[in-house]
Design a protein around this ligand. Sequence first.
Ligand code: HEM
Length: 315
Amino acid sequence: MADTDVQALVDVDGRCPYGYYATARDRGAVAYEAKTGYWVAATYSSVSNVLTDEVTFPRLSPEEIVSDPRYVRTVSTPSFLTGEARLAHHRWWLEIFNPRALRQYRGGLVTEVVQAMLDRFADRGSADLVHEYAEPLADRMIAGVLGLPWRDDDWMAELRRNFNLVERYKASIYLKPEESRPFAEDALAGTYRIDDLLRPFMEQRKQQPDDSVMSRAIHDDAMAGWDDEQLYGLVRTFFTGGSGTTSVQLVNAIHLMLTTEGMTEAVARGDDKLTARFVEEALRLVPTNHFRTRVVAADTGSTAPTCARARPSRP
Ligand code: HEM
């Protein structure tokens, strides 16, 4: 099947998606895809409407995503909070990563981690961009921000092994839930093993707060009254939300830079404004996230062939 022949979102996996996107836009702002029972919003304005109206288009809850309630902790994050609680939590993230904090990271931890990664293969003169640079870098950056031992390769490898079990389960859970099921038990075990790895650092900071983001996650007012299940889930979210996204985006951006004439030289000149513009364009042109899922919780007056479904049930 040529990439341009892909007719349903479920078939995009592993293919260049842009032919499908053009087809989806041509067929209308919102269209029903019988193959998976999803409505696909494909234009800027329809996507914007869906993402900004959380009452009509809420997220699936963790219970609705997994096939068995036992697996809720494999997908659950505080981002599934609703209403004012979610907005308050969102504000906490914005405060954690405010522009001043980001500038400090850039001059401190980011430089340190990037340098440490480059030092590993600088003498060799070449490296695998994905496996030797972007992936270990993203994990270590998150670990560094949290105050975890990012220089300890064995600890980091064990952490990644277990997050990969979780990611393997989640990879097909929205579009092909039946394919994800065989991986659920390993993913669940992975979440507990990750908590075991985090525990010494979490427990120490419960007793003795320091200036790490992990301490803030435990002690800030925004998390007052949260139990361990929620707090460990929040710390896991730093990796599930921030690691794969960052490493893929980094690789995509570097590829774009290397394949756009004159761009490598331009970025290398160190002009901050130009680099910032390049990053914005990379986020737009070669993004990490290509689709998000939402539920239609109310009649939207669509005239499409079948009625908008209420929350779907998972077999
Ligand atoms: C290039 C890197 C990144 C990309 C492309 C990315 C992409 C996204 C997208 C598309 C969403 C919206 C999900 C939805 O509403 O369905 C999101 C939300 C979120 N991301 Fe990222 N992300 C990146 C980096 C990070 C990092 C580094 C962290 C934390 C360490 C992070 C934490 C979060 C959290 C907590 C949310 C949920 C926010 C909320 O709904 O309140 N992300 N991200």
